[in-house]
Design a binder for this molecule. Structure first.
Ligand SMILES: NC(=O)C1=CN([C@@H]2O[C@H](COP(=O)(O)OP(=O)(O)OC[C@H]3O[C@@H](n4cnc5c(N)ncnc54)[C@H](O)[C@@H]3O)[C@@H](O)[C@H]2O)C=CC1
Ligand SMILES: O=C(CO)COP(=O)(O)O
Length: 336
């Protein structure tokens, strides 16, 4: 793969949450980046003070990074990056479809991690549903926005059914502190990123209940087995899950206190209600909605996923956090 470091592209990033802002700031080292946000106060703060006070406070952003509330400002982009939560992916794609009105879209990259609420679709299936066959890739892997925004070293995966496209995008989008690996297994990349959020809630619950390191390691390991079963059932490859978008992100999110999903679990384990926890968070925690979709898929597809189903039951209020752990530990003994 050639390291095409000289090329300077126009990159449009849609949604200026923590992750969209961190990536936009990172890519501004190499490219001309325009960041679209639906919040006028966020756009004003980025353009005037070079800060995103609402979603990524205390980080000074590059002066070359421009923000806009007007999608039209992204219509000359060479790459479009969708950085909304999975619940906002479809409406954002529809807005882009209207903006391009019959003209070919540039390659798309999305960075959300989850299954779409209600449909249970993976992001690449939502993209296909709205736009058909387009050049597109999922970016996933262990990457806390705050660390990327500070320029700390990070490695992630770009997954696309079109491996050559993933390699081309990796070439365009890598920076000195953001290393990109290409994968042809978009299903594996997306399932790893989606389900680890549910497992981060599970390990957060265990840690919130002070159950110890052994319990956390057991949940992560058995959780990885659950991700593997669902991944295979959906047509992905288990090997992908030994990489950054599987094990890498599972380790980060289940053990790193910057994780919002882990924070939700910690609060639930400590006896807080889901509503008060989410109100205090101020950011999306994708595992909350995705737990429900994963539990539904596990049921429909007959995939054994006891941990994910226990998390879904705690979130829906059917099960208390403490009882969920007792239920998991009292399952019948079986071969590993
Ligand atoms: N924050 C992180 O460290 C990382 C986040 N991600 C993923 O990236 C996605 C976004 O996460 P964050 O930026 O952290 O979330 P956030 O909660 O910080 O910001 C969400 C952003 O999306 C926008 N948004 C929400 N619903 C929308 C809709 N329907 N249409 C248009 N815009 C909408 C909000 O206005 C806001 O700008 C999530 O799927 C998350 O799992 C992935 C890797 C790292
Ligand atoms: O996906 C992430 C890191 O790779 C961020 O996780 P949280 O959404 O739990 O903060």
């Amino acid at each position: 793969m050639s390291q095409d470091t000289e090329i300077r592209l126009q990159i449009g990033v849609l949604a200026a949450g923590a992750w969209g802002t961190a990536l936009a700031a990172n890519w501004a080292q190499r490219h001309q980046v325009t960041l679209w946000a639906r919040e006028p106060d966020v756009v004003a703060s980025i353009n005037a003070a070079h800060m995103n006070r609402r979603f990524l406070p205390d980080i000074l952003l590059p002066e070359s990074l421009r923000a806009t509330v007007d999608l039209v400002d992204l219509q000359d982009s060479d790459v479009l990056v969708l950085a909304t939560p999975v619940a906002g992916l479809r409406s954002t794609l529809l807005a882009l479809q209207a903006l391009y009105a019959g003209k070919a879209l540039p390659p798309l990259v999305w960075v959300c991690k989850g299954f779409e609420p209600e449909t249970g679709l993976l992001p690449h299936q939502v993209v296909h549903d709205v736009l058909g066959d387009v050049a597109a890739a999922a970016l996933s892997g262990p990457s806390f926005a705050q660390e990327v925004a500070k320029g700390l070293p990070t490695a992630v995966t770009l997954g696309s059914a079109d491996l050559a496209l993933a390699e081309q995008l990796a070439d365009w989008l890598h920076t000195p502190n953001l290393r990109l690996y290409a994968s042809g297994d978009v299903v594996g990349v997306e399932v790893g990123g989606a389900v680890k959020n549910v497992l981060a809630i599970a390990t957060g619950i265990a840690d919130g209940l002070s159950l110890g390191h052994n319990a956390r390691a057991a949940l992560m390991t058995r959780g990885l087995a659950e991700i593997g079963r669902l991944c295979e059932r959906l047509g992905g490859h288990r090997e992908t899950l030994t990489g950054l978008a599987g094990l890498g992100d599972l380790i980060l999110t289940c053990t790193g206190d910057l994780s919002r999903n882990r924070q939700v679990g910690l609060a639930l384990g400590a006896g807080k209600t889901l509503q008060e926890t989410l109100d205090a968070l101020g950011h999306v925690a994708e595992g909350v909605g995705t737990a429900r979709e994963v539990a539904r898929l596990a049921e429909d597809l007959q995939v054994e996923m006891p941990i994910a189903r226990a998390v879904a039951a705690v979130i829906s209020g059917e099960l208390k956090a403490k009882d969920a752990v007792i239920q998991l530990m009292s399952r019948a003994q079986r071969a590993e």
